[in-house]
Design a protein around this ligand. Structure first.
Ligand code: TYM
Length: 341
């Protein structure tokens, strides 16, 4: 079969299940902005509110607030709603519709092997929601609904993207078509896995009960500086090469954060700071972090003063998105044999 040529299109999403963290910013949003500005892709970025209720139901006002705040975070970080299509997932109903089809393509065994499902369902999988198990099928639908060819994400989403490729391949194979692209994950840069500030072996996460473990995109300059000052480190000075950081997860994490914020490599950070003790390095890191993050956080709060404008941007984003998603869903239904009359 001739290979279909797909438009170069980027899709990615973030859950409005809590506030944005530095991990989301460096692992995802910063890359979203780069890919938008590069100009060779059409870019679609999404607040995945349907995903946000899979682990636990949220208070409705909190979910609405988080979704608007996430939208403000995207824009304040440099996503331009004219250049990119910015959407809230539930406002484009085709996501859930294609998600159902993919729930019938994906196999139970595939879903049960997902490490995030296993971590989030924990010891009591019987009590997990059906949505938590189906989560990656909906994620595949998010991506394939736009025939996205590239998906920038942090390292923790790698397995979900492999599943997305498996779902596309099985759909194409089972129906004898070349309809869905086999998407490329884009997992690049110094900060594909930003770690917890109090334990460099764990991922920085918005769901960690302790606020000291993360930098939130809404933190002010003093809070950012304080959290960096209190971040766990070791007593040794910074080495002169990155290999020497292999067994020093806390130190490596701070070096990687510095590199990602400053758009340089971790080795370049060590070239500048080799021999420094962490007391000194943390001051330099705080300066870079405050410099980059404080303007984003103040722009977010300015945007949040006008929620009606955020809603307008998302309404328009949904209309633009549906120009792509409706024909793709219609064609999918047609391939599957759903009556269209
Ligand atoms: P979520 O909301 O957990 O995270 C959003 C993005 O941030 C990245 N990320 C990190 N990157 C580096 N270090 C960290 N500590 C860190 N924490 C989070 C994630 O890798 C992700 O890129 N399943 C997705 C949401 C989703 C999605 C999609 C993504 C739904 N549909 C379609 C891409 C395409 C999730 O839970 O991300």
């Amino acid at each position: 079969m001739a290979q279909t040529q797909f438009t170069q299109r980027v899709f990615s999403g973030i859950q409005p299940s809590g506030g944005l963290t530095l991990g989301n910013y460096l692992g995802a949003i910063k890359r979203f902005v780069d890919m938008q500005d590069e100009g060779s892709f059409q870019t679609v970025y999404c607040m995945v509110d349907l995903h946000a209720i899979t682990a636990k139901l949220l208070d409705p006002d909190t979910l609405r607030h988080n979704t608007r705040e996430l939208c403000a975070g995207f824009i304040a970080s440099g996503i331009d709603p004219e250049k990119s299509i910015l959407i809230n997932q539930s406002q484009v109903p085709e996501h859930a519709q294609l998600g159902w089809i993919f729930s019938c393509i994906a196999r139970m065994g595939w879903m049960e092997r997902m490490t995030q499902y296993k971590d989030k369902s924990g010891k009591n999988a019987e009590a997990a929601s059906l949505g938590l198990l189906a989560y990656p099928a909906l994620m595949a639908a998010d991506i394939l609904l736009y025939h996205a060819t590239h998906v920038p994400v942090g390292d923790d989403q790698k397995q979900h993207l492999e599943l997305t490729r498996d779902i596309a391949a099985k759909f194409n194979h089972d129906y004898g078509v070349d309809f869905f692209p086999i998407t490329e994950p884009v997992i690049e840069g110094a900060a594909t896995r930003v770690m917890n500030l109090q334990d460099g072996t764990k991922k920085m996460s918005k769901s960690d009960p302790s606020d000291k473990t993360r930098i939130n995109m809404t933190d002010d300059a003093d809070t950012i500086a304080k959290k960096i000052r209190k971040a766990k480190t070791d007593p040794d000075p910074l080495p002169d090469n990155t290999d020497a950081l292999t067994d020093r997860p806390d130190a490596r994490n701070l070096v990687n954060i510095y590199a990602a914020l400053g758009d340089i490599t971790p080795q370049a950070v060590l070239d500048q700071h080799a021999g420094a003790l962490f007391g000194h390095f943390k001051v330099a890191l705080s300066d870079v972090a405050v410099d980059k993050l404080a303007p984003i956080s103040s722009e977010m709060s300015r945007l949040m003063d006008d929620p009606a404008e955020i809603d307008r941007i998302l309404r328009r984003g949904a209309d633009r998105a549906r120009e792509i998603s409706v024909p793709i869903l219609e064609k999918t239904y047609d391939i599957v044999g759903m009556l269209r009359s």
